[in-house]
Design a protein around this ligand. Structure first.
Ligand code: ATP
Length: 325
């Protein structure tokens, strides 16, 4: 990549606390000297309320024309036929790898979640008495997510393949494919049933390094991991394809705290740091993470972390550190 200067970033602030945490992330990006063209795109619940549509085909095309997307969070319209706009973006832009790092003072592991198939395939038959959702596992999908996980595990300790192949036969293909990729790449790997992984994440999270798993398991385990780290509000993610990317905090639109000015912006700031890394500016990403860690260490904490700071206070602490160092 040639650096962020000539890049175009779609900014989807979204709903609920999405705009609050995105505003914070943009302020931190300004403070670190990030330069890229910002393209605001309105997608989500507010848009649906205004126009009856959460996202149009033109929006999707617009997103494809940008280098990457900085995303807040979007709410779900109260329409039983609504299909998730975020799932559609992930699918249509083929953002197959959801990378979710979890770091605290004594923990450091990454969940790599397959992002386009599994139980989120969108293949559903919904009836009054009976409903079916198709769980799709393909060799290609499993191998390419395993490759992404091995890219990370190759310079770390170990890969843990999380599955439920004792019950779900589709997971045998996932497990075999991941094992084969890890062996070919020379990455040390083990496997674990998802229920055991859920337990171990609570009782012994230090044992994990890089975890790779299917879509639904990754969704659930990452919220659990966020709880283990301390708060959903701390955690970031990158949704990566081979050429495109979307960066978002792992939390949702949190309507219960929206508009109160108390949302933790750290997950969004860390997502913006992951974006800078992807845009070829690792030094800016490193400085942003250092600024976040310094702000937290100095007690700039929102109520989800037991603090009494607002979103703006935490943002200010991060920005001031970046201006000073
Ligand atoms: P979605 O369906 O979009 O995932 P949700 O309401 O199920 O939305 P979240 O929006 O992630 O899930 O919220 C779960 C809980 O975590 C809520 O109580 C919310 O207030 C809290 N939470 C989420 N993000 C943050 C944040 N950034 N700062 C503080 N609390 C947060």
């Amino acid at each position: 990549m040639s650096g962020a200067g000539s890049k175009k970033v779609a900014v989807v602030a979204g709903d609920g606390i999405g705009p609050e945490v995105v505003e914070s992330a943009l302020a931190v990006l300004d403070a670190v000297g990030a330069q890229f063209e910002r393209v605001p795109v309105e997608i989500g619940l507010a848009r649906w309320k205004r126009t009856g549509q959460a996202m149009s085909n033109e929006d999707l095309e617009g997103l494809k024309e940008c280098d990457c997307i900085l995303f807040g969070a979007i709410g779900t319209p109260p329409d039983p036929n609504y299909k998730s706009a975020l799932l559609r973006i992930r699918k249509e832009l083929d953002l197959y790898a959801n990378i979710r790092p979890f770091q605290s003072q004594d923990l450091d592991f990454i969940i790599v979640r397959e992002n386009t198939e599994g139980l989120y395939s969108g293949l559903e038959e919904v009836g009054v008495e009976e409903s079916h959702t198709m769980r799709v596992i393909t060799r290609r999908g499993s191998e390419r997510i395993a490759e992404k996980a091995c890219d990370l595990a190759a310079c770390r300790r170990m890969l843990t393949i999380i599955h439920k192949s004792n019950v779900l036969r589709s997971d045998r293909l996932f497990l075999e494919s991941c094992r084969a990729v890890a062996a070919r790449r020379g990455v040390l790997s083990e496997d674990m049933l998802v229920d055991a992984a859920a337990y171990n994440l609570v009782v012994n999270p230090k044992r994990f390094d890089v975890l790779v798993t299917t879509n639904l398991f990754g969704d659930i385990l990452s919220d659990e991991a966020a709880g283990v780290i301390g708060s959903l509000g701390l955690c970031a993610s990158a949704n990566l394809g081979d050429a495109r990317a979307l960066f978002e905090p792992i939390h949702g639109s949190a309507p219960d705290i929206a508009g109160k000015g108390i949302a933790n912006p750290v997950g969004a700031i860390r997502s913006a740091a992951m974006m800078m890394e992807w845009l070829g500016e690792p030094e800016k990403a490193r400085r942003m993470e250092a600024a976040v860690q310094n702000a937290l260490a100095c007690g700039a904490k929102t109520p989800d972390l037991g603090g009494s700071c607002g979103t703006a206070d935490v943002t200010r602490a991060v920005v001031e550190y970046l201006k000073a160092f």
